[in-house]
Design a protein around this ligand. Sequence first.
Ligand SMILES: Cc1cc2nc3c(=O)[nH]c(=O)nc-3n(C[C@H](O)[C@H](O)[C@H](O)COP(=O)(O)OP(=O)(O)OC[C@H]3O[C@@H](n4cnc5c(N)ncnc54)[C@H](O)[C@@H]3O)c2cc1C
Length: 271
Amino acid sequence: MADDGKSIPHEFRARRVDGIINGLEDAANQSRLSHDRMSAEEARLFAEISKGDIKRHKAYLAIRNNILRLWFDEPRYQLTFDKVVETLDKIDITLLSEERVLVGKVFFYLERYGYINFGVFRRQTASPEQKKGRVIIIGAGIAGIIAARQLQYFGFDTIILESRARVGGRIATFRKNGYVADLGAMVVTGLGGNPVSVLQTQTNLDLVPVKHKCPMYECSSVVVPKAKDEVVEREFNRLLEACSYLSHMLDSNELTKQPLSLGDVFELLIR
Ligand SMILES: Cc1cc2nc3c(=O)[nH]c(=O)nc-3n(C[C@H](O)[C@H](O)[C@H](O)COP(=O)(O)OP(=O)(O)OC[C@H]3O[C@@H](n4cnc5c(N)ncnc54)[C@H](O)[C@@H]3O)c2cc1C
């Protein structure tokens, strides 16, 4: 595989323009791994390689980084073992029969530990005919939903139990009269090494950079005056501090004898 940058996701290409790193390094970094060193987990799972000769160590890293790179090239589709073997055969890794076994081990390690084939991707191979078991997941927040998808991919039957009348948990969007407001998560804090950036590619979500200047608007669409914004922020912080102090001072609710959360005290003060 030529490292010509054509098949690299745009966010990687942008960083390449800065001349900082190349595609394989990017793929490792994006997976929160070092491109030229095994992680402690890898050293434990592949002990014979981590303690073995440098040639095998390098072969391991080359195989691992290339598999990661293939995944990031097109995370909308399942990366299959066949595709990995086919691609690695074409590049500068001599796949001796011994190394083919290693490719299989590295591939299944990366898949099992969630470095590849995670999120919302299209399956390319048939689902396992026989289910491995049934898992009940409590909560249909993003963690529960993604866990269910991953377990289904691995061949488990899954059931999600959710106490609320909607899915999404702390991710929620309020819509009224054509207006849309996010009530929970809406900011992706950093794309480097963040699996959310993979989800964003997979779901075709648009990201808009948060500007340094981020004005707040009144309902009438007029920008909130600076002085008013500062007063409200000061009052909000005072209220938060008072709630925090009280929730530490009041050990429990007099009536229910339950510990008081920040929210409980907040509601008490408002009332
Ligand atoms: C106002 C706000 C703004 C935020 N902004 C950002 C942001 O900009 N960027 C960011 O990255 N993160 C942000 N976060 C944090 C982010 O939303 C959460 O980290 C993330 O959504 C948590 O997902 P989760 O699946 O782990 O948990 P949750 O979303 O809390 O999901 C847990 C689910 O489990 C259900 N549940 C709990 N107990 C039970 C039970 N016993 N039985 C059945 N169901 C149960 C709950 O109803 C809920 O649906 C924000 C959070 C809030 C509240």
